[in-house]
Design a protein around this ligand. Sequence first.
Ligand code: SF4
Length: 123
Amino acid sequence: MEWKAAELPMPPATGAEPCFKVDAFFPEEYGLDDPEVRSALALCGGCDLARLCMVWSLAHPGMTEAGIWGGTTPYQRRSIRRRLIGRWGQAGAQEHLRASYREALSKFRARDRDVGFCRQGSA
Ligand code: SF4
C-alpha cells in the first residue's frame, strides 16, 4: 500500500548525534549479525532523538528507504508500518504517528529544559 508522508517537522538534530559521525548508518546490507550494523543500531537507539527519529522515519518512508533511523532498520520500519496500517488503517496510523511525534517532542523539550535548569542550578 502506498503510504503518504505525514509531513512532520524534522527532529531537532544538532549535528552532534552519532549518525553525523559514523558511516555505518547507511550500510549496503542490514544484517543484524553484522557487528557494524549492531553498533550503529545501538548508538542510534541510545541517541536523545531516538524516539522522534523513529516516529519521523515511519511517517516518511520515501525519505527513509535506506539508513538506520531511530534505532530501526528499513526492514523493521516496513514491518512496523504494516502493523500500524493493519491495526488502524492508513489515516489512523498516520494520526497515531502525528500524536506520537507531538508527545515525543514535548518530552524531549521538557527534558532539555530540565537539563538547562540543573546546569544553571549547579553553576
Ligand atoms: S536517533 Fe539515530 S538517526 Fe536520529 S539523530 Fe540520533 S543517531 Fe541520528
